[in-house]
Structure formats: structure tokens, C-alpha cells
Design a protein around this ligand. Structure first.
Ligand SMILES: Cc1cc2nc3c(=O)[nH]c(=O)nc-3n(C[C@H](O)[C@H](O)[C@H](O)COP(=O)(O)OP(=O)(O)OC[C@H]3O[C@@H](n4cnc5c(N)ncnc54)[C@H](O)[C@@H]3O)c2cc1C
Length: 411
């Protein structure tokens, strides 16, 4: 697993990168060139397009079946402006309020471009639902030095390794990504071959191969993690750049859609390669060369040695052989706390009916879900809780094999 802590900025600095000096909160971002400024210029210096100030309006509620024009009308009303004062708007987030089934409301957060920004901010200065749009632009933390001499290595090409590789490539570090499994297309053939004919390939299956463990899922993209730095948005934007539907950027609980990840993963690979990165498949890392507590390189299954003092381990949680190797090499390993779960099944139509009443099946609402949480109190329970983990529509049980004789069932 990689985190900010695992590859601190200092490590990139150590490779000759320079930390970008853009720590200041900037408010104005040009959607065309991505250039941003603390104070808004009228024209973007990067692409000459006109930049206008932006306001963020939250809690804009409209009936489920509202026509599209109702959004603009709601903006005029909320800001008390004339249509001529609204230059443009975009939907930042859309969720729904289904507490009253007979009167389901869509709830929007909108970004609004208007020539009246200054006056409106003054007029609504006490209104928390009308604020300046925060700057959510992702900024690369560093850039590779001109004569890069040492390329970082990323082990594993699941979501973690793929995004680590993508960011390193975007910063100019030309990473080498090593993946034990096959490229996603060939991997799909092996995985579905196993499910239909029972022929198991221990290196190319539902867990190992380009795209990682969730590649053959419907790609649910929400999490409970707080994201104050808007990193999730960067990930969503990269998925959209790679072919995912734009709506994942604004709907409340987005998912990519079953079998769509294959193409998206291939596109991200193309981007990494076009930026000078390299992805090698069927390249299992067998050993780490660690000297005096410093990694110096890795050894591949075919004996090849690659030197690098910068290695990201993004091997997921199924590579038991790799964990054994790390343990033998003295790498500190810590067991992750785990939850024990069980599965509850209901017909989707029942959940839809319970939550949406006569609006069950409405295309904007999609499949309904629910969440249950119970916080146990008292000394005996040690503060443990019971909660529903995820609500999955129309799934089936898959046996995720690690070896021909070891399997772990998962949904
Ligand atoms: C069936 C299923 C459905 C899921 N659905 C969702 C979902 O809808 N939404 C969601 O958010 N999460 C989902 N998940 C969970 C999600 O897939 C994981 O959280 C995620 O894949 C973890 O990413 P990772 O990159 O850390 O590890 P992994 O995805 O496990 O990737 C690790 C990669 O490293 C490679 N590797 C391992 N050892 C080595 C080695 N020694 N040398 C070279 N390469 C190596 C592996 O082949 C693998 O490709 C699902 C998981 C499963 C199994």
C-alpha cells in the first residue's frame, strides 16, 4: 500500500525534484489551461480565455421531475439576479432527499459564473449557502529534474500502483511499473475462462493483473474517507479523462459501470506510456535488495535486477508470497484491523419501493440503497459497532482464488 507517508515529498526532493511553491490558496482556475491565480485576471495568461469569478451555491432543492431550465431559474431566485447577470453555471454535486417519498427533491451544489460576484458576496455575506467557489485544482507536488538519472519503480498495477504511476509520470519521473499479472484484456480472458471453465492461472485472475482486484466490479467510487484536499476529485477527473462518464464528477454515489473499467485502465496505461512511463506485465517482483535499511533495487522472477532507490509497494492484500519475502527482508509489517461481515439479500425492487415509493425505478434516482449503523456501548462490547458495509445491486458470489486450492469468497 502506498500513502503520502510512504512516499513523502522529501523522497521526490531527494530524487532531484523541486517542490512547487504554490502553497498559497488560489481561487481562480482556468478550466481550459488549468492555470490558477490568487487574484483573478480577466484573461487567462495560459490560453487567453476569459476567466470570470465563481460562486458556489449549496442546498439548491428542486423537485425530482424538474425541467433543466429550472436550475437557472433557481439561481436567479436564490441570488436575486436577472438572467443577463448569469454567465454560466455547472453542477458540482447532485444528491437527493428522499425522506418524504411522495415529494422527493434533488439537491444541488452549483458553481455559478456571474459578473456580480463582488456585490453578491457582500449582499449574502451571512448566508453560508452562497460562498466563493473553493479552489479544488490538484497541484503536482514536484517536477522531475531535467536530467533524471534514476527512475522510480512501482510494484503492482492495481488502483494504487496505477495512480502512483500516473502521478509520477505527470511529474516527469518516467516510472517503471511492474505487474505480475497480464494486461487487462488478456487477464479478462483468463478470469472469465476460470469462472466458466474452472481453469485457474495463479498469476492472472480476479486479483492479479492490470487494474488490480476490483477491475471486474461495477467500480463504486465513493468512500467514507474525508477528503479535505480534494484528492478524490483528481482521481475522478483522471477516470473521466480516460473515458468514464462525466456524471461521476457530480452525482452523489458514482460508479463506473460493470465492465467499463477494462477500457479505462487501458487508457490510463496509454497516458502513462505517452508521458515516458513503462509498464511491464508478467513481471513478478521476487526480492528487494535492501542495504543498511535503504532499498537499492528489486529482482524479478526471471532473475533480472533493476536498480532504484525509490520503490513504491502497491501490491494489494492478496500477494502472500510477496509479504513473506518482505517479512524475511526485515520490512516492518503490521496486521490491519479487520471487520467480520455477513451478507443480507433483498430484492432490489423491495429496497426501491421502501425508499422511493411510487418513484421506484426513476432513472435519475437509479437503484436505491441504505445504510445501517449501530454503535455498541458498554464495557463488554469495547465500543465496537455494527454497520452495513456496502449495498451492491445485482451482484453474485465470486470465488477469488489465491492458489488452485485456496479461495476466499467475496461479493
Ligand atoms: C470483486 C471485487 C469487487 C470490488 N469492488 C470495488 C468497488 O466497486 N469499489 C471499490 O472502491 N473497491 C472495490 N473493491 C476493492 C478494490 O478492488 C481494492 O480496494 C483495490 O483494488 C486495492 O487496490 P491496490 O492497488 O491497493 O491493490 P490491488 O488492486 O490488489 O492491486 C495490486 C496489484 O499488485 C500486483 N502484484 C502483487 N504482488 C506483486 C509482485 N510481487 N510483483 C508485481 N506485481 C504484484 C497484483 O497482481 C495486483 O494487480 C473490490 C474488490 C474485489 C475483489
Amino acid at each position: 500500500m502506498v500513502s503520502d507517508r510512504a512516499l513523502p515529498i522529501a523522497a521526490l526532493w531527494d530524487m532531484g525534484g523541486t517542490i512547487e511553491s504554490s502553497g498559497l490558496p488560489t481561487r481562480w482556475a482556468c478550466p481550459a489551461s488549468s492555470l490558477s491565480r490568487m487574484f483573478a485576471p480577466n484573461v487567462c495568461p495560459g490560453c487567453s480565455s476569459r476567466i470570470l469569478p465563481m460562486l458556489r451555491l449549496s442546498e439548491v432543492k428542486l423537485p425530482l421531475n424538474h425541467p433543466e431550465e429550472a436550475i437557472a431559474t433557481a439561481i436567479y431566485r436564490k441570488l436575486r439576479i436577472e438572467p443577463k447577470d448569469l454567465t454560466r453555471y455547472s453542477i458540482f454535486k447532485r444528491s437527493y432527499d428522499a425522506r418524504k417519498r411522495e415529494n422527493i427533491q434533488l439537491v444541488y451544489i452549483l458553481d455559478v459564473e456571474t459578473s456580480q460576484e463582488k456585490q453578491l458576496l457582500q449582499r449574502f455575506k451571512k448566508n453560508p449557502q452562497i460562498r466563493p467557489t473553493p479552489d479544488t485544482t490538484y497541484r503536482l507536488v514536484t517536477r522531475a529534474p531535467a536530467g533524471l538519472s534514476e527512475r522510480p519503480i512501482v510494484i503492482g498495477n492495481g488502483p494504487c500502483g496505477m495512480f502512483a504511476g500516473l502521478l509520477l509520470a505527470q511529474m516527469g519521473f518516467r516510472p517503471i511499473i511492474l505487474e505480475r499479472g497480464k494486461a487487462v484484456h488478456e487477464r479478462s480472458v483468463d478470469t472469465f475462462g476460470f469462472w466458466s471453465k474452472g481453469k485457474f492461472n495463479p498469476e492472472s485472475n480476479a486479483q492479479f493483473g492490470e487494474g488490480g482486484a476490483g477491475t471486474f466490479s461495477d467500480g463504486k467510487l465513493y468512500s467514507r474517507i474525508k477528503d479535505n484536499d480534494h484528492r478524490g476529485r483528481k482521481a475522478l477527473q483522471e477516470l473521466v479523462n480516460a473515458g468514464a462518464a462525466d456524471e461521476i464528477l457530480y452525482i452523489n454515489k458514482p460508479h463506473i459501470g460493470t465492465y467499463r473499467l477494462v477500457k479505462i485502465v487501458e487508457q490510463i496505461r496509454n497516458t502513462i506510456q505517452s508521458l515516458g512511463g513503462e509498464i511491464r506485465f508478467q513481471s513478478r517482483v521476487e526480492d528487494l535488495d535492501i542495504q543498511d535499511g535503504q532499498v537499492e533495487g528489486i529482482r524479478l522472477v526471471d532473475g533480472e535486477y533493476l536498480a532504484s532507490r525509490h520503490v513504491i509497494l502497491a501490491v494489494g492484500h492478496s500477494a502472500r508470497d510477496t509479504f513473506e519475502m518482505l517479512h524475511q527482508r526485515g520490512v516492518y509489517l503490521e496486521p490491519k484491523p479487520f471487520s467480520i461481515g455477513f451478507r443480507v439479500e433483498h430484492p432490489q425492487a423491495t429496497i426501491d419501493q421502501c425508499r422511493f415509493g411510487e418513484n421506484a425505478g426513476h432513472p435519475v434516482l437509479g437503484a436505491a440503497d441504505y445504510k445501517l449503523v449501530y454503535h455498541c456501548t458498554g464495557a463488554q462490547t469495547q465500543g465496537r459497532s455494527v454497520y452495513s458495509f456496502v449495498c451492491v445491486q445485482g451482484d453474485r458470489w465470486l470465488l477469488l482464488h489465491l492458489k488452485p486450492d485456496v479461495s476466499s469468497p467475496t461479493a
